[in-house]
Design a protein around this ligand. Structure first.
Ligand code: CDP
Length: 787
């Protein structure tokens, strides 16, 4: 049996139905907006209509006089509390409420607390703000021009809009490779500004109890523990007096990692009024002011031999970070994990430099369903490989197959210093090509081209890097990226697993119970998973970048193994044998050579709480804790094939087929994995074909509703065709890799490659996302929309 076959069967209880769905399908979930507390008040945010303007005065007297208004808070009020600015996840500062200037349209200017939501909204209109408009900077390139208006004049000594320069790889070696290459293909491309757009918008209910001094915040967060520490640091509150509860969350996708002004204002509002204060943003607020993603202007160069051996990659990026540097990524990585841009290929040298700039747009740059900018990196390299195939006149599948890393190269150290843990890339690509019947598709395409019909076949091969830490390399604001887990086994053998990570709908209550069930032989129905409440769970950095399974999933396995070892000692006392004479089989310890003499985990749990005499130093009970500090990231990968038909007259793209072969190591629950892949593929179709957050030249946001910012539905998606290969992660306790974001990372390139392939007879080599009918039509006329 090969390693792949051995692990191809999922863990026990594989496709069990999601435990949490019992409440979701009955409408019994509890989301932040479902939280209603006695005497609760409601907050609303006044937002700037300007992208860039100086505030010369704010008159709140009329709003304060509204009979149902309890408080009006301005930036100046917050300045008096030293709360007008808060740290961002990237070590910048961001205005909670504007004091001096507004720097993007939709920026928070004042906060009204009223007896009901409607009165709070009404009172916003009674606030009179004097703005002195300033020229906005909307274009990232313009931001770097010497005469560009300086956006961040709040930062001492700041005379331009430059945020950072960062580079990786070996420049000299890369230049050398390029100098001796037969072919160099160059392409400019934009990964447009998009938004995670979870169905549940962001919000909080803050309750400051002045008697106990305890602050409780129910909030839409993907990282409850990190939020608690940040509240303590920013507000100066003792951390043990802060409780963050993240109840059911209606999707996060990176949108709910950071702290938003509304959360802080709800806390201040509760402190001022002595009542709980709820703030829930509406859809437009969510789209206009909370974290965007991407906005990477990239130039990629790929060097190769005329025979199609890829030699090197050289990349420059201009990263538009908006008005405050609020990107979410480990501190040492200002461009996130973009350094993984060499992708899945065996190349000689690579170099990339990234420059970050401020513009008058909302801050963010979050990891929207990806591991910190890996989506941008994968898109870049997969588009470049297709451009090279175009220039060489080679089949893109053949070009990829010729350059993919080989199984014997793992663990593989990339040219930018990342250690890929495991993979059999050619096997995965072969599986995808076979499932798609690639040769037949190409024959069909050739026949259609004869008839003037536009059919495209697009490929993408991606490698992700998920599961941040380890702690020594990765932190957010000094908090090391490791996760805690606690496992309690009650006397009757039922268990409670307490985790630091937080589900936003990924099924953690099921899959983490499955992990413990596999390790201990307790039924997953007898294991409750508790998460999302800092008073009830151990510290950890939260859920984003597909890190739950690689980090908290590992923690769950390790803590269960610790319980198993404790159970061994108790069993040895029960059976009156040495622990060395015991053997484990799922659910019980028994005496080696005498299978009948054994004790189940349930019997052991009861005995551990009883009067059994235990060896010196053994305290009883089976409960255990652990902190998992991952030795490395895990590297899931996959091969995607997309087939599109393009209407040359209207530019309409129809995604006819999509084959996705994912390898995320051992699958805990294949049904959940497939659901994750389905969602990510839909995301990819959306980004490739429809989604962008556009701005006009005055900095007006033009994508503030779902009428303008389009989400894909089943109408735009084909019936996904999924396959798998299984290459376990060698360093993860159960061999699993993350998967939640793989499809979002891999699919946009496959769709764009397919559309460009369809347009090939018209001489199109590249067109930027989103490939709306208008963009496709223009590209077909020979004028691709340029960045
Ligand atoms: O961090 P996040 O939960 O978003 O992503 P993930 O760790 O990739 O997990 C997404 C869901 O898929 C969770 O319920 C995982 O337990 C499940 N999963 C799985 O069943 N097998 C894997 N190899 C990876 C994830």
């Amino acid at each position: 049996m090969t390693a792949v076959e051995e692990h191809a069967t999922p863990m026990g209880h594989g496709r069990m139905h999601r435990k949490e769905d019992a409440r979701f399908i009955r409408g019994r979930g509890t989301y932040v907006d479902d939280v209603v507390l006695p005497g609760m008040l409601h907050g609303a945010v006044l937002r700037s209509p300007h992208a860039h303007a100086r505030i010369t005065g704010i008159d709140v007297s009329a709003a304060k006089a509204h009979p149902k208004v309890r408080a009006v808070i301005t930036g100046q009020d917050l300045a008096g509390l030293d709360l007008a600015w808060m740290p961002t996840l990237s070590g910048d500062v961001q205005a909670v409420l504007a004091t001096d200037k507004v720097r993007f349209q939709g920026q928070e200017v004042a906060f009204v607390v009223a007896e009901d939501r409607y009165s709070a909204r009404d009172a916003l209109e009674l606030i009179d703000v004097d703005y002195e408009p300033l020229p906005p900077v909307v274009d990232a390139r313009r931001a770097l021009e010497p005469d560009a208006p300086v956006i961040r004049d709040d930062l001492e000594g700041r005379t331009d809009n430059h945020i950072f320069d960062w580079d990786t790889g070996d420049k000299a070696a890369t230049d050398d490779v390029f100098a001796r290459a037969d072919v160099v293909s160059t392409q400019d491309m934009l990964y447009p500004r998009v938004h995670p757009a979870p169905l549940e918008t962001c919000g909080a209910v803050a309750d400051m109890d002045k008697v106990t001094g305890k602050l409780t915040v129910w909030t839409t967060t993907q990282a409850p523990h990190a939020h608690r520490t940040l509240y303590a640091l920013v507000a100066g509150l003792p951390e043990h007096k802060i409780r963050i509860i993240s109840p059911d969350i209606g999707g996060g996708f990176g949108n709910k990692v950071g702290i938003y002004s509304g959360y802080v204002c709800a806390v201040v509002g509760s402190t001022l009024t002595g009542k709980p204060v709820k703030w829930m943003e509406d859809r437009s607020e969510n789209l206009m002011s909370t974290s965007f993603a991407r906005d990477y202007h990239m130039r990629g160069e790929i060097a190769a031999t005329s025979g199609g051996k890829i030699l090197g990659l050289r990349v420059t990026v201009l990263a538009d970070h908006g008005a405050f540097n609020g990107t979410a990524q480990p501190t040492k990585f200002p461009a996130g994990f973009f350094g993984v841009f060499t992708g899945s290929y065996d190349i000689e040298a690579a170099y990339c430099s990234v420059t970050g700039v401020y513009t008058n747009k909302a801050p963010g740059g979050v990891a929207y369903a990806c591991s910190f900018r890996i989506t941008e990196a994968v898109y870049l390299v997969e588009r470049l490989v297709d451009v090279l195939a175009y220039d060489l006149g080679m089949d893109p599948a053949e070009l990829r197959m010729r350059n993919l890393l080989l199984p014997e190269q793992f663990p593989y150290r990339s040219k930018t210093g990342w250690e890929y843990d495991s993979g059999d890339y050619p096997a995965t690509l072969r599986t995808a090509l076979e499932m798609a019947h690639y040769d037949e598709l190409r024959a069909e395409q050739a026949a259609k081209r004869e008839r003037g019909e536009l059919m495209g076949i697009g490929l993408a091969f991606f490698t992700e890097a998920v599961g941040a830490g380890p702690r020594k390399h990765m932190d957010i604001l000094g908090l090391g990226m490791a996760d805690g887990a606690e496992l309690r086994v009650h006397p009757t053998g039922k268990a409670v697993l307490r985790l630091s990570c937080q589900s936003q709908g990924q099924g953690h209550e099921t899959t983490f119970a499955q992990i413990v069930a596999e390790e201990l032989g307790i039924s997953p129905e007898d294991i409750d998973v508790v998460h999302g409440d800092t008073d009830q769970t151990p510290f950890g950095l939260g859920t984003y970048g597909s890190r739950s399974t690689p980090v908290s999933g590992a923690a769950a396995a390790v803590v269960a193994r610790r319980v198993r070892e404790r159970a061994k000692i108790v069993a040895s006392a029960m059976l009156e044998v040495s622990p060395h004479d015991l053997e484990w089989e799922k659910g019980r310890w028994f005496v080696r050579g005498d299978r009948e003499a054994g004790r189940t985990i349930q019997e052991i749990a009861l005995a551990a709480h009883g009067d059994l005499e235990l060896p010196e130093g053994i305290e009883g009970h089976l409960d255990a804790t652990c902190v998992y500090n991952p030795p490395n990231l895990t590297y899931p990968f996959g091969a995607y094939v997309c087939v599109v038909d393009v209407d040359a007259d209207t530019g309409q793209v129809k995604v006819r087929r999509f084959v996705a072969v994912d390898d995320c190591g051992v699958r805990i629950n294949p049904m959940i994995v497939e659901g994750q892949v389905h969602g990510g593929l839909a995301d990819g179709v959306g980004m490739a074909l429809m989604q962008v957050m556009p701005f006009d030249e005055d900095g007006n946001h033009l994508g503030g509703s779902f009428m303008d910012y389009l989400l894909p539905t089943s109408m735009e998606c084909p019936s996904w065709e999924l396959g798998q290969t299984v290459t376990p992660s060698p360093h993860h306790p159960i061999g699993a890799k993350g998967v939640g974001e793989s499809a979002t990372v891999g699919s946009p390139a496959a769709v764009v490659n397919a559309v460009v392939d369809a347009l090939r007879p018209l001489g199109v080599r590249h067109a930027d996302m989103p490939l709306t009918p208008a963009a496709v039509w223009r590209a077909a006329q020979g004028s691709p929309i340029r960045t």
